[in-house]
Design a protein. Structure first.
Length: 346
């Protein structure tokens, strides 16, 4: 019970400014880290020879064995190995095996089907076969790319209209691009197949990332609303305060979103063997975490950097500096040491 009040106190201190973390003052460091992460994420699929594309993107033949008591993949690999040069055998659910190969002829399809029925001890009517042509796979890839471009373009326009400044939109989209690239790099590193489910998870992550950014930027706009009349904090300090004030909310939202996804990924996919959930849950798991991190360390600091040299911002920062210098001077004069110095000088 003692931990709850402490966490509440932590959040209250962040909101009031008594406790503060330098997200904006160390913007250069965060940008360097992000640039390195993006570069590594680009190099990962290049070094691995590309992404591990699923059959929906590369085309091929697929066989699904249902109602089998044998959940091992090795029998399927041996059954297909004599006919197909490439195969991927996956346990997608209890009692269900999926086998994917390159494009097979009708005779080869019948032969593989018979081999799989013998290998898993099932009837041939328990095995379904489908064929996905390369043209269909290309269409899926093109539609996925179009959807991604349209989503980013609409997000950029809508955020610029909502916040009435293109600089917030640029900062948000830049953070979004960092999330996209790093999520793709980590996904490639995992070796999981890129499937339509993974693309859906990927687009969902982008929406989540923008949501978290909008929450933080709303607080930034609130803090800087009457900046021309304020001499308490500079613009950069107000942006940093906004990030700290929304930090607990961002963490809580991220944890609440990640927990069920982690359950699906680690319990459902790995422990229970539900292979069809791996692609979707991994994309969500990586992206949700990176989306929160990018908002805090990239989007908000970048927006502050983009505006710090504006004439009004520079003038306001000077007023804050002058006020603080005057207060320091008055405090020094009011202190015993200052009073002694004044009297001895007179």
């Amino acid at each position: 019970m003692s931990k709850l009040p402490k966490f509440a106190t932590f959040g209250n201190e962040l909101y009031t400014g008594r406790r503060s973390y330098p997200f904006v003052p160390k913007a250069k460091l965060w940008f360097i880290i992000a640039a390195v992460a993006v570069a590594i994420s680009i190099l990962i699929p290049v070094a691995k020879g590309g992404f591990n594309l699923g059959i929906d993107f590369r085309g091929g033949s697929e066989f699904t064995i249902s109602g089998t008591e044998n959940s091992e993949v090795s029998p399927g690999e041996e059954a297909v190995g004599d006919v197909a040069s490439e195969s991927r055998v996956t346990n997608i659910a209890p009692g269900t095996i999926r086998v994917q190969t390159e494009q097979l002829s009708d005779d080869q399809t019948l032969e593989v089907k018979a081999n799989l029925a013998e290998a898993y001890g099932v009837n041939e009517d328990q095995i379904t076969s489908t064929y996905i042509g390369p043209t269909w796979g290309q269409d899926v890839s093109r539609q996925a790319l179009i959807g991604l471009v349209v989503f980013v373009a609409l997000a950029a326009v809508l955020m610029a209209l909502y916040f009435r400044t293109w600089k917030m939109s640029v900062a948000a989209i830049t953070a979004l691009l960092v999330v996209m690239v790093t999520t793709a790099g980590l996904y490639s590193l995992s070796g999981f197949e890129v499937t339509p489910s993974a693309i859906i998870g990927f687009l969902t992550v982008l929406s989540y990332s923008l949501y978290d950014t909008v929450v933080v930027f709303d607080k930034v706009r609130e803090n800087t609303k009457n900046l021309d009349k304020s001499t308490k904090r500079t613009f950069m300090e107000q942006v940093n305060l906004a990030v700290n004030q929304t930090l607990v909310r961002s963490i809580n939202t991220s944890v609440v979103a990640v927990l069920p996804v982690a359950s699906v990924l680690f319990i459902g996919a790995f422990l229970l063997g539900a292979g069809t959930l791996k692609d979707l849950s991994l994309a969500l798991f990586i992206g949700i975490i990176l989306g929160t991190v990018a908002t805090v360390f990239i989007a908000a600091p970048l927006y502050a950097v983009l505006r710090r040299n504006e004439p009004d911002i520079v003038k306001q920062a000077k007023r804050v500096k002058d006020r603080r210098a005057q207060e320091a001077k008055e405090a020094a004069a009011a202190s015993p040491a200052g009073a002694t110095a004044v009297s001895s000088g007179s």
